[in-house]
Design a protein around this ligand. Sequence first.
Ligand SMILES: [Zn+2]
Ligand SMILES: [Zn+2]
Length: 178
Amino acid sequence: MKRTTYVFDIGGLVRSDQGTKYKFKFDEENILKFEDNVKQKSGINADITLMRVREGIHVHVENMQFSLEFKCTRCATGFIQKIVVRSAERVFFFEKEKEDSDMFDLFYVNKKALTIDIADFLRQEIILHFPTIPVCSKSCKGLCPTCGANLNEEKCSCAKRSSEEKPLAALKNLYKPK
Ligand SMILES: [Zn+2]
Ligand SMILES: [Zn+2]
């Protein structure tokens, strides 16, 4: 399958019978763009099957793997997480569909060039696999709310003070009238 980064030349497939498939290993170093606090740190590997269907080209991506760098929501440090997308599929249509799907953006074949560009499809699938709340580790202590020190790396004096206050607060709660 001839391609340039995420753009596949599907001329041969368009001229083939329905059900004709091309299966190949995809390995792309060119990185995709995400929101500012997420960076792609590796190329993308996947098994891709393109199949000619009546309405267009069916794209099936399996075992897509890559690494992303997220910013920890507790300590603001960048950390790298490997993400695997087991399976994702979408049809790239020849013609505009009358009813636009609410769930997803629809994708179309570039009929002039006879190509499909799967970059947006992959980007959307990858975003679905982002961690809900990115944290560098479950035990991340975060930043001190008072002085901003990274508590994974250093102990600040404010942390000590606030932990001294805690037993008192607990005691207060104990004697709260009900
Ligand atoms: Zn962290
Ligand atoms: Zn502090």
